[in-house]
Design a binder for this molecule. Structure first.
Ligand SMILES: Cc1cc2nc3c(=O)[nH]c(=O)nc-3n(C[C@H](O)[C@H](O)[C@H](O)COP(=O)(O)OP(=O)(O)OC[C@H]3O[C@@H](n4cnc5c(N)ncnc54)[C@H](O)[C@@H]3O)c2cc1C
Length: 568
């Protein structure tokens, strides 16, 4: 981890660099021309210029050794500038990940040092035309070349698809099948038999180079096999998901806020129906406030996960895959919705290129696809937490709910009571799914993944609001909202989560035939439906308060009006 002062300096340098090198007109022009600004990406990764890559590289290899929290902060900031350029920088980090996790000390010293000191760009070559979400279907092969009974190298053959930096990287990590199973190899640009296709003509992130790769009898020496042992590739890829998904989560968060930060001031100036749109409740409470709330719920989960990763002795323990999946799922879905609603918030202007929200909306779309699609995230979340449900005989989420009830006793204003209702309801939905064997339906399994993500995020956000009130929040954490505002945001989200878990949980349980007609009323009571409905009291007042905070109107309202606790 780096000192807070260093992080602040890095963020400031990044902002200054972006202001100078990537103003809106330049971004629009590059987007229109479908062009990756390779020079700018190289300047960002140049040790003598912006040197943003140093944050990702451990100190022992010449980097700054940033932790997950630092990396989240920088990724959010990069995404606010442009997701295509951010993807290009991230690709070096993803590409070098197998090295970070699984390489020999000599390999690490060579390649990580080259990233830090020479600023070389990497690409991460896992996906193939027929192997996307299912990397097990990998077809690229790496056949050992033998001499005198010894492996003297490998010949790699195959195709890679959708590779970020595919056409511009200096080095590539390529996943290929060896006799012992999938393994990572390092292939340098210009290797004989190695080529890339023209850049893809994409919907968004048009400033990022994405190209297919072809490997035809590409020869590499044994020191290019990451870790020197065959068959470790999928384990190495899995090992970093917790960490890398937090980064893509930060991309969703940054892009979502970038869009909202255009919509919010726009609404204060745009006069319709005799006054600014920011004064219209039907506008703010549909297009602005719910997006702020969802993004901040995702932020809470990202920060909690990043802190937990940083608390581990070994960062890349692969331990937080499910938490990374929840963070990515919540933040990228929230980012997409925020960008989409920002177009609506700007009306016809939003639909044009000039106002940027349309570009952000196209760009952020990738975050629910790469590094694991939202559907794969739902599956990952659901499978893991299902095991936890079984292992604890259905008690896991009841126990989490009790912790939030205890938090509510200490902090009655942060929505922890409603978050607890969401978690109790979740435990009941999962238990009913177990009894009625509903996870045999894939759709139910994946919908549970969504409900789990919402309920857990509600808990995180309430806890974050409490920490802010107690002044124990991470010093590097965003302080855009003060304690009363974050508490109101947490109350709005917790109510939504409780309503969603119980309402949609009931819908899917009944829809999949998991409940008889005569059992309905009793199950609704077990879900805590009456309490969840009562907890919605004060919702509109809290949304008013959040809108007032966003538009600096708080001083004009009385505190009594503003701070109505959940369930009051
Ligand atoms: C711009 C861009 C940049 C990228 N950069 C890289 C990179 O640098 N390196 C790299 O290796 N890859 C990269 N990718 C690839 C990306 O990770 C994959 O596109 C992604 O994992 C999905 O794989 P796929 O496209 O083959 O879709 P598929 O796996 O075919 O999925 C299609 C749809 O089916 C759903 N689906 C898939 N499996 C299941 C299932 N079992 N049950 C239910 N639904 C399912 C998916 O959620 C999705 O909605 C990039 C992709 C893009 C578009």
């Amino acid at each position: 981890m780096i000192p807070h002062k260093t992080l602040k300096l890095s963020v400031k340098s990044l902002r200054d660099f972006a202001k100078k090198q990537l103003p809106d007109e330049k971004l629009r022009e590059l987007d229109e021309k479908d062009e990756c600004p390779v020079d700018i990406v190289r300047q960002m990764c140049n040790p003598d210029q912006l040197a943003v890559q140093l944050l990702f590289v451990p100190e022992e290899y010449g980097g700054l050794g940033g932790g997950a929290f630092d990396v989240y902060c920088i990724c959010e900031e990069m995404a606010r500038v442009d997701l295509g350029v951010a993807t290009s920088v991230l690709a070096t980090f993803l590409g070098s990940d197998p090295i970070f996790v699984g390489a020999t000390p000599e390999q690490k010293n060579l390649w990580l040092r080259r990233i830090a000191e020479e600023g070389i760009l990497f690409a991460y070559g896992a996906t193939e035309p027929d192997a996307g979400s299912d990397l097990g279907a990998l077809r690229t092969t790496a056949d050992p070349v033998m001499e005198d009974g010894k492996v003297v190298g490998y010949r790699i053959n195959g195709l890679k698809q959708w590779i970020s930096n595919g056409g511009i990287a200096d080095a590539y990590t390529i996943l290929a099948n060896t006799p012992q199973g999938p393994s990572w190899f390092i292939v340098e640009r210009g290797a004989k038999g190695f080529s890339h296709d023209k850049p893809e003509d994409k919907h968004g992130i048009r400033l990022s180079n994405t190209s297919a790769l072809a490997l035809s009898d590409v020869f590499v020496t044994p020191d290019r096999l990451v870790g020197g042992v065959e068959g470790q590739g999928l384990i190495q890829a899995q090992a970093v998901f917790g960490y890398t998904r937090v980064m893509v989560a930060a991309f969703g968060l940054g892009a979502g806020w970038a869009a909202l930060d255009r919509a919010i001031p726009y609404a204060a100036k745009r006069i319709q129906g005799g006054g600014p749109l920011s004064e219209k409740q039907g506008y703010t409470h549909k297009l602005i406030v719910p997006n702020v709330v969802r993004l901040e719920a995702a932020r809470a989960y990202i920060e909690e996960t990043a802190e937990r990763i940083d608390g581990e002795v070994e960062i890349h323990a692969g331990k937080f895959n499910t938490e990374g999946a929840i963070a990515k799922y919540m933040a990228t879905e929230a980012g997409n919705k925020a960008a989409e609603d920002s177009i609506q918030a700007l009306g016809g202007y939003g639909y044009t290129h000039d106002y940027m929200v349309e570009k952000i909306s196209r760009d952020v779309r990738i975050t629910v696809i790469y590094e694991g699609t939202s559907e794969i995230m739902e599956m990952t979340i659901s499978r893991d937490r299902w095991q936890l449900h079984l292992k604890t005989r259905g008690q896991h989420y009841h126990e989490q709910a009790q912790k939030l009830e205890a938090l509510h006793a200490r902090h009655p204003n942060v929505g922890a009571d409603a978050a607890a209702l969401a978690l109790h309801a979740l435990a009941e939905v999962m238990e009913r799914a177990r009894v009625a064997r509903l996870t045999r339906f894939q759709h139910i399994l994946l919908r549970l993944g969504e409900l789990i993500a919402y309920a857990e995020s509600a808990g995180s956000l309430s806890a974050r609001a409490a920490r802010l009130a107690e002044n124990t929040l991470n010093e590097k954490a965003s302080r855009r909202f003060d304690a009363p505002a974050l508490a109101a945001i947490a109350r709005v989200f917790a109510r939504q989560a409780a309503d969603k878990v119980a309402g949609e949980g009931l819908r899917w349980v009944v829809g999949a035939g998991g409940l008889g007609e005569g059992e309905m009323a009793a199950f609704e009571a077990r879900l805590g439906m009456p309490a969840i409905r009562r907890a919605q009291a004060g919702l509109v007042a809290d949304m008013d308060y959040v809108a007032d905070v966003l538009y600096n109107r708080v001083a004009k309202r009385t505190t009594a009006q503003a701070a109505v606790p959940a369930g009051a």
